[in-house]
Design a protein around this ligand. Structure first.
Ligand SMILES: NC(=O)c1ccc[n+]([C@@H]2O[C@H](COP(=O)([O-])OP(=O)(O)OC[C@H]3O[C@@H](n4cnc5c(N)ncnc54)[C@H](OP(=O)(O)O)[C@@H]3O)[C@@H](O)[C@H]2O)c1
Ligand SMILES: *[C@@H]1O[C@H](CO)[C@@H](O)[C@H](O)[C@H]1NC(C)=O
Ligand SMILES: *[C@@H]1O[C@H](CO)[C@@H](O)[C@H](O)[C@H]1NC(C)=O
Ligand SMILES: *[C@@H]1O[C@H](CO)[C@@H](O)[C@H](O)[C@H]1NC(C)=O
Ligand SMILES: *[C@@H]1O[C@H](CO)[C@@H](O)[C@H](O)[C@H]1NC(C)=O
Length: 382
């Protein structure tokens, strides 16, 4: 086990605080009950209040803030009633981290529910961790303050906890209208460094507490690190059992960038894209996953999420079903042992297990910043 340096200690006992912020790849499983107990203790010390049900482990960010390791994904929830029920269920189940994006077209619905919880005094702003993203049709430096402002207005917030560049590639502003992208194509003039500089200005102005990127590859992240005084605090990428992203996660650990897994249970209701020419079975149907779930008396979804969380990676499962919402955050009362982990690690299919290639944005693969060169010439769209 390894301790991180603790610069902005909030707890009195530095090693304890560091344990809370520990690199979970070096988790000693025999120590899990102790970790849980210490985590709760440190949360209590840090916040000055006893831990509440649903307090979950947080991941330390290089920005000095902390990100809850389980968050709620919200893409495709665009109905007001559904969003209300979803967020009420999630906040009641203990979620404090919500992932949205301008392109999900639901920030205004999320804002309405948050406003109610905040004004009723059931939550304080500092209890929440809200992530949103710069859309791929606004990939110019001058777009950043405008689009973040729009997001804040819709969310009814003064700041977001994390602002991400959604995609490394861009489509022209004119190619987007009313939730649809036409085939007018990509904007090849994308300048990541100029956009990042504008992002940094937003952080300095206090409108974003931390900054990050999504769907960027190692080369693209490295370039930002080398050219900006403010490194990304977070990388959000596709990551699940079939696509475990081991090299990219190692790169992020080395650079102190927290990783967030999107599609953490394999986006089961989206159809699998067969990049390898093989039809991959649904993650829920895998006998290895089922057996481990049975052994721990947990659901297959809980095992899939726990596997990723145990690597120190943040997960943002999407559900609009109250039962599944509470299931997906109920993953702190058990731990996978070394055998379970070895079995699950072995199911990684690397690039062949990748679900999203983003070719649904016409011409994405020909953009100079398309992040997955290996997928450039595969025919599938998703
Ligand atoms: N940055 C990016 O480019 C990007 C791309 C994709 C996704 N994301 C983010 O990541 C979030 C999650 O990804 P995702 O929505 O694609 O996939 P996911 O979270 O892996 O899977 C969501 C699907 O699984 C079902 N589900 C959830 N919990 C379940 C459980 N316990 N048992 C069985 N089924 C369950 C949900 O249906 P029900 O709602 O019916 O439960 C939903 O259809 C998104 O919502 C979004 O916030 C980001
Ligand atoms: C943000 O929006 C508000 C009102 O919605 C406006 O007054 C302000 O000038 C905007 N700021 C930027 C940077 O666009
Ligand atoms: C393409 O862009 C132009 C404006 O730049 C617009 O008039 C046209 O409808 C767009 N859509 C398609 C499919 O060409
Ligand atoms: C298994 O889990 C379910 C649901 O959490 C619970 O009701 C049941 O008592 C558990 N069974 C055992 C044997 O622990
Ligand atoms: C990242 O994407 C860029 C643009 O396509 C490419 O030049 C670079 O080789 C990619 N890096 C990795 C590690 O895939």
């Amino acid at each position: 086990m390894r301790y991180r340096s603790c610069d902005n200690s909030t707890a009195t006992n530095a090693p304890m605080n560091c344990l809370w912020r520990t690199d979970l790849e070096h988790y000693d499983l025999r120590m899990v009950p102790l970790y849980l107990c210490v985590t709760l203790a440190v949360v209590a010390v840090a916040s000055g209040a006893p831990p509440k049900a649903g307090d979950v482990t947080k991941v330390a960010l290089n920005s000095g803030t902390f990100m809850p390791i389980v968050g709620l994904g919200t893409s495709k929830v665009t109905d007001e009633r559904e969003m209300e029920q979803t967020l009420d269920a999630a906040l009641e189940a203990g979620y404090r981290h919500i992932d949205t994006a301008t392109v999900y077209r639901n920030e205004h619905l999320i804002g309405k529910v948050l406003k109610r919880w905040l004004s009723e005094g059931k939550l304080k702003r500092e209890d929440l961790f809200i992530t949103t993203k710069l859309p791929l049709y606004a990939m110019r430096a001058a777009d950043v303050p405008y689009f973040l402002n729009e997001s804040l207005t819709k969310l009814q917030l003064d700041y977001v906890d994390m602002y991400l560049i959604h995609m490394p590639f861009a489509v022209k502003r004119e190619a987007y209208s009313d939730g649809r992208f036409d085939d007018n194509g990509t904007d090849p003039t994308t300048d990541h460094l100029a956009i990042w500089k504008a992002m940094v200005a937003e952080k300095e102005a206090g409108r974003a507490k931390a900054l990050g990127v999504s769907n960027f590859n190692e080369t693209q992240i490295e370039r930002i690190i080398k050219n900006s005084p403010v490194p990304p605090a977070n990388l959000q990428v596709e990551l699940h059992l079939y696509h475990q992203q081991k090299p990219l996660v190692a790169f992020c650990k080395k650079n102190n960038i927290a990783v967030t897994a999107y599609a953490p249970i394999g986006s089961p209701n989206a159809k699998w894209v067969v990049l390898s020419g093989r039809n991959l079975p649904d993650l829920f149907s895998l006998p290895e996953v089922k057996a481990i779930a049975q052994k721990h008396n947990k659901t297959t979804a809980e095992v899939l999420l726990r596997h990723t969380v145990q690597r120190g990676i943040i997960v943002i499962p999407k559900s609009s079903n109250p039962k599944r919402i509470s299931q997906n955050i109920d993953i702190f009362d058990f731990a996978l042992d070394d055998n379970d982990v070895a079995t699950l690690d072995a199911l990684d299919k690397g690039i062949d297990g990748k679900l999203f290639n983003m070719k649904g944005f016409a011409g994405a693969e020909n953009h100079p910043e398309y992040p997955w060169p290996a997928l450039r010439n595969t025919p599938q769209k998703a």
